[in-house]
Design a protein around this ligand. Sequence first.
Ligand code: AMP
Ligand code: ZN
Length: 113
Amino acid sequence: MDCIFCKIANREIDTEVIFENAEILAFEDQNPQAPTHILVIPKKHISNIQEMAIEDQQQLLPEIFQAIQQIADEKDLGKGYRVVNNCKHNGGQTVPHLHFHLLGGRVMQWPPG
Ligand code: AMP
Ligand code: ZN
């Protein structure tokens, strides 16, 4: 499958890893929208939230949020941060491999566009 985030997860593309365990990988977004902009992905290919099996929801989502919490501590985001998931076309998703954006280091605006 020609999926850029699968290639990053498989280390076919050289990427600096921010966080890794058996199921999860985190790396810097190549087009950062904030001083800290990290993508947290499951290594397994899942297209988006709507494609998550119940077992994936139960196993992977807690791990993803534990990773986010740990990265936020390591990146000194104690003043706060934003977690974003863009789901499918109307959500603004451009890479069809499930990922959560962790944005921090500045005050975020609301509402998002
Ligand atoms: P989304 O629009 O939610 O699908 O977000 C996709 C994100 O992936 C964008 O913020 C891109 O900048 C980022 N991105 C795409 N390709 C790469 C890559 N090879 N390495 C790091 N980030 C990437
Ligand atoms: Zn993939």
